[in-house]
Design a binder for this molecule. Sequence first.
Ligand SMILES: NC(=O)c1ccc[n+]([C@@H]2O[C@H](COP(=O)([O-])OP(=O)(O)OC[C@H]3O[C@@H](n4cnc5c(N)ncnc54)[C@H](O)[C@@H]3O)[C@@H](O)[C@H]2O)c1
Length: 253
Amino acid sequence: MALVDGKVALVTAGASGIGRAAARLFAKEGARVCISDIDRAAGEAVVADIAAQGGDAIFVGADIRKEADIIAMVRATVEHFGGLDIAFNNAGLPGHYTDLLNCGADEWNSVVTLNMQGVWLCMKHEIPEMLKRGGGAICNNASRAGDSASAELFAYTATKHAIIGMTRSAAIDLSERNIRVNAILPGPTLTGQLEDCADGNANDLSAIAAVMPMGRLARVDEQAQAAVWLCSDRASYIQGVALCVDGGLSALV
Ligand SMILES: NC(=O)c1ccc[n+]([C@@H]2O[C@H](COP(=O)([O-])OP(=O)(O)OC[C@H]3O[C@@H](n4cnc5c(N)ncnc54)[C@H](O)[C@@H]3O)[C@@H](O)[C@H]2O)c1
């Protein structure tokens, strides 16, 4: 039996990186998938890829900084597939390298609006649809930065801590209504975002990999496996956890 057979899953920022890997895995494990992103061409390519593998997916353009887009994204999913069971709230960007003293209001607002407000508003509009189905499961994508300090990524670190707080609060709030809310905390994972952080410099990526206990970066499919499992019935008694998927990095500190 596939992990999420017959479920309807929504993945934000599903056009690349961890989101794309998760969208593909949700489909492989039997879900019908709505992929949303601001990059329509890349999102449509993921849909085509899933269809070629015999899966069922649609793309909906949505800028997760905008509540109207989030409402439209959830509505489009429900109208197309008849409901919503699972959401992987994955959209988030690191912003620029700025510490507390140098972080300006524009930088702060930009990172908070996408990473933190986006997760809140996604849950706010997804949960009522899940309640109509009698329950559901949510995985929010935080980061190891949600549970450790990073002086240079001040705003990003604040938002990722907030995602863990929102995840726990939502889990407690919704436990009796059969909705599970968990988070993954990826360690450094080879995606465009990490390459941008490392400025495309292969030496920087090698340096990050070298300090990892397992001596390598995570693959996107390793993050996707954790997200899909948390949203599946196999994780039926897992509630409000912040699951490190970091190759042992958190065990070091
Ligand atoms: N890659 C890592 O090392 C790492 C580590 C920890 C946490 N994360 C988290 O994983 C998540 C995904 O990151 P990734 O590395 O896979 O990124 P990525 O760069 O591969 O993909 C980011 C996606 O987000 C989309 N996007 C950008 N702005 C958007 C917006 N306003 N609304 C909707 N979509 C938007 C982009 O079009 C792109 O498809 C993020 O929340 C990130 O913080 C990543």
